[in-house]
Ligand binder design. Sequence first.
Ligand SMILES: [Fe+2]
Ligand SMILES: [Fe+2]
Length: 245
Amino acid sequence: MLITKNIKMADVIHMNYFTLSVLNRFGIELGFGDKSVEDVCKKYKVDPDFFLEIANTFVNKDYFPKKHLQTFSVKLITDYLRKTHHYYHKIKVPEIELLIENMVESCYTQKDNMVLLRKFFNDYKNELLNHTQREEEVVFPYTIAIEDAFLNQNPDESVLQMMETYSIDVFENEHDNIEEKLFDLKNIIIKYLPAPKDQKLCNKLLHELFNLEQDLNDHSRIEEKVLVPKIREMEKFIINSFTKS
Ligand SMILES: [Fe+2]
Ligand SMILES: [Fe+2]
């Protein structure tokens, strides 16, 4: 069932509590009474159409209106992606880190296992940080410059120069699968480490890892299937209109 503008925001959460993290990214706080999705979005100055598409794709992996998502501005899309990065680094990673520390202390007696688990996640954390940093420092500013040039119909010489050395194809080719390592981490816990002493704690950690993996999948899908083709079209237009003599 798809979320629509007129249903109550409270019901959105009752329908699927995973939407809580989406609300968080849009800066929407709880306490909205019986207000509809549209009214709550208005209150928080959030584009209700964009919110709906993001929330629906987030909770339903078969729902992905690629073409409609591409109609939203690059600023709006990259702003959402940035907020999602922030959510990973400030909320999800520290939560998982704490669970791993608790696991290390209470579940395994062999030092090797503790070191392995801690080190694996620490490496992963650094990899995720490098991945998102590169996007925020290089890729997103580039996409915004391309959108500005496209909308102004008069690209700055600096943008044309930038396009000679960088393009969205470069990003697409170097964009690595950040979810893969999480799959390996889950497997280490599920298959290779000895049975943990605290099963509940272990399940909680696995639950968080599965969630983060799914969230990252959704995030990468927006980068690769929405942002990349949108920018590629704009690049083509700029090249055809402004770089041919
Ligand atoms: Fe990202
Ligand atoms: Fe990414």
